[in-house]
Design a protein around this ligand. Structure first.
Ligand code: AGP
Length: 615
């Protein structure tokens, strides 16, 4: 969701900020804006649309000189996406300017109070209320900007990452966070502010990630000052050395990040089990699990909480944990879990899955579970993310940055790490024999090259895409381990091509969805040779009898489904619990090609955000 970039130092702020906003485009947004201080005036330019629109507008609108400024990409919450509601927002005096990611929940009551004190509002945003509240406090209490921000934030309810600039004190920017990420890049006599570190990667690797409830004053040529919003107490900033490099966040010759990330999966999966899976020795080791092995072993049940694609990975894990470790598993949408007064036992183990590590619903669900005494284990991709910090222990997927809004490598690496955890637990509890355990390690080790082989279906996927790109609806069916893959396939199609698609367990078809089948309906069926193959073949027969179009994902060498289906895409054979990793590859490619052929923005689909940091 919204992206924040700021700069203070000796470079031209304009190019640092605009390029930084481009790097944050993946987060999802509908408008963009910038405030630059040229030494005398504080100039703001903003527009509905893309950063490219801002770039062309601002160059004719405001001077692009100056070495301090803040910029923003907005994902609308309060007020429609238009020029006026875009950030930055001025205070009434025109002295203060603010950018904000998050929601101020009590903005309406604050607004009413400010209206009584003759403040005027030009936008519908909660953000304009906040900047005027800060101004009001600064004026009435005669305090500096930092103090005014601190007092104001103690009066707000909600979530935020903000950056505030005061033209009467142009050598500093005040920033704060609660529930939305904020990173500060520490350069030589310069500071960068951003929602994540990608906007300043080429300038500095030294980064301070503000923690929830912290604020900072970044001052030209001075040391960084960090303190707690609650009581102003000083915090010693922890400067991390970033492990990211520029190559990882660039398209590297691909047309879209999504395609690059699909093709990165063999390597990403290898990186997920690197150092954790010792095949020859027959060992799985993961500090986060090993250090808490008793908790895992004694778990009454495992509760998995997540959203979207991560929830689908959780569903695959449910099958895997129950099969391998014989422990009961429940998988919950974090957004439902957090509000339904769930029964949580102290001996439950909660696994929270999140690529970004910033999803607001998952964060809230974790906080609830922790409050009720459960042990929470995080599975995140983004290192240093909020969820990785608030969980009791965890494991990173190490998939590298995922920039395409539609998750691809996040999904397959989440399944990989969850499989490793299940194997470790099964071994520790003796629920899996050593020979079976070893056969899984050997097969997992082969998975990256099998993914490589599965990716060779790209041309076929493109051909199938060209035949079905104009449909309005699609069905995805799978059973057992591959039922969640059907859900994930349908989500991928919906997200980037805007075609209505539904995923179902294949056997559920006859309880309703079969009514939808006619000669216009494409049905994508995952029909692996393992598991419930014969049953799925029967389902395919039922679709065929009703003239549905069948696109089947089959095991290499399959003959039976080939005879029935309109198109088949082959993937290599593997052990049944690992088939979701391979079966998902053609579905990712199909969605990619359909969206591309329809002329959609594959990486930044409408209305969607990469990290969903608001409810
Ligand atoms: C996946 O393609 C989606 N963009 C979305 O469903 C995503 O998986 C969901 O928002 C959860 O995100 P997280 O993994 O970062 O928590």
């Amino acid at each position: 969701m919204c992206g924040i970039v700021g700069y203070i130092g000796h470079r031209e702020a304009y190019s640092v900020i605009v390029q930084g906003l481009e790097r944050l485009e993946y987060r999802g947004y509908d408008s963009a804006g910038i405030a630059l201080y040229d030494g005398t005036n504080l100039n703001v330019s903003k527009t509905k649309g893309k950063v490219a629109d801002l770039r062309s507008k601002l160059e004719t609108e405001i001077p692009t000189i100056g070495s301090v400024g803040i910029g923003h990409t907005r994902w609308a919450t309060h007020g429609v996406p238009n020029d006026v509601n875009s950030h930055p927002h001025f205070s009434n005096s025109g002295n203060l300017v603010i950018i904000h990611n998050g929601i101020i929940e009590n903005y309406d009551s604050l607004r009413q109070e400010l209206l009584q004190r003759d403040y005027k509002f030009t936008s519908d945003t909660d953000t304009e209320v906040l900047v005027n509240l800060i101004e009001d406090i600064k004026k009435n209490e005669d305090v500096k900007l930092g103090k005014a921000v601190q007092i104001a934030l103690n009066q707000t309810i909600g979530a935020y990452a903000i950056a505030v600039f005061d033209k009467s004190k142009p050598d500093e920017i005040v920033v704060a966070r609660l529930g939305s990420p904020l990173a500060i890049g520490v350069g030589k006599d310069e500071f960068f502010i951003a929602s994540d570190a990608t906007p300043f990667l080429e300038y500095t690797k030294k980064t301070v990630y503000l923690k929830d409830g912290e604020m900072a004053i970044v001052r030209r040529n001075k040391k960084l000052k960090v303190f707690k919003i609650e009581d102003n107490s000083i915090v010693v900033p922890y400067v991390e050395e970033l492990q990211l490099n520029l190559e990882q966040i660039e398209k590297g010759g691909y047309d879209y990040f999504m395609l690059k990330e699909i093709y990165e999966q063999p390597q990403a999966i290898k990186d997920t089990f690197r150092g954790r899976m010792l095949v020859k020795e027959g060992i799985v080791k993961m500090a986060g699990v090993d250090d808490n092995l008793e908790k895992f072993k004694n778990a009454r049940r495992i509760l998995i909480i997540a959203c979207g694609t991560s929830w689908h990975a959780g569903l695959v894990a449910e099958y895997i944990f129950e099969e391998f470790a014989r422990v009961p598993v429940e998988v919950e949408y974090a957004s439902e879990f957090r509000y339904r007064n769930p029964v949580i036992y102290e001996d439950d183990v909660i696994i929270a899955i999140s690529q970004s590590g910033e999803t607001a619903d998952t964060m809230a669900a974790i906080k609830l579970a922790k409050k009720q005494g459960a042990f929470v284990f995080g599975v995140c991709n983004v290192v240093g993310s909020s969820i990785s910090r608030i969980t009791d222990a965890g494991a990173y997927t190490h998939a590298g940055p995922e920039i395409g809004v539609a998750s691809t490598k996040a999904f397959t690496t989440q399944i990989t790490i969850l499989t490793l955890i299940a194997l470790r637990l099964a071994q520790a509890t003796g629920k899996m024999s050593n020979s079976v355990f070893r056969s899984y390690l050997q097969e997992l080790d082969r998975i990256p090259s099998k993914v490589e082989e599965a990716l060779k279906c790209n041309e076929k996927a493109e051909l199938v895409a060209s035949k079905y790109k104009d449909v309005s609806n699609a069905l995805y069916l799978g059973r057992g381990y591959n039922f969640p893959v059907a859900l994930e396939g349908a989500l991928k199609l919906k997200e980037i091509s805007y075609i209505h698609a539904e995923g179902y367990p294949a056997a559920e078809m006859k309880h309703g969805p079969i009514a939808l089948i006619d000669d216009q309906m494409p049905v994508f069926v995952i029909a692996m040779k393992k598991g419930h193959y014969e049953k799925v073949v029967s389902n395919i027969e039922e679709i065929k009898a009703r003239s549905g179009k069948i696109i089947a994902i089959v095991t290499k060498g399959d003959k039976e489904v080939k005879r029935l289906a309109d198109h088949v895409i082959e993937i290599p054979e593997t052990l049944e619990p690992l088939t979701p990793i391979l079966a998902t590859i053609p579905l990712q490619l199909l969605s990619y090609h359909i969206a591309l052929m329809l002329g959609k923005n594959v990486d930044q689909p409408r209305n969607l955000a990469k990290s969903v940091t608001v409810e």
